[in-house]
Ligand binder design. Structure first.
Ligand SMILES: [Zn+2]
Length: 129
């Protein structure tokens, strides 16, 4: 009994399965049919020998999940870093000039600091996890 197929990694629909047209083994000329798995909305399709293609379809879904959770971790790390540099920029500008100048300077320094965040370093840190 084969493992159940996971939903389409792009839209979540239940995939359809079917058989390819008859193909012939290149060495012995034996006829065979591949299993075809495809999303009913045409997001993705795969074909191959039954076990292989079922494993590939389900493995692909697993990797899509991993990528999404990694992306979420990167987004959260960037957000945390942004808050930190904005707070540091704010601390640095306290006490300079009158109220309006301080606020304008704070916003400007925070924007500059956030623009200088090293995204590559954050991605490396998350991937080393
Ligand atoms: Zn789909």
């Amino acid at each position: 009994m084969s493992e159940a197929l996971k939903p389409c990694p792009f839209c979540g629909a239940k995939p359809h399965t079917g058989l390819s047209k008859v193909l012939y083994d290149q060495i012995h000329g034996e006829p065979f049919q591949n299993t075809i798995i495809k999303c009913p909305h045409l997001c993705a399709s795969m074909q191959g020998s039954d076990d292989t293609v079922r494993n590939r379809w389900n493995d692909r879904h697993t990797r899509a999940d991993l990528t999404e959770s990694r992306l979420r971790q990167v987004a959260e790390a960037v957000w945390e870093e942004s808050v930190l540099v904005a707070m540091n920029a704010h601390r640095g500008s306290v006490g300079q000039g009158d109220g309006a100048t301080v606020i304008a300077g704070t916003a400007h320094d925070a924007a500059k600091a956030i623009r200088n965040i090293d995204i590559d370093a954050i991605v490396r840190k998350v991937m080393e996890g």
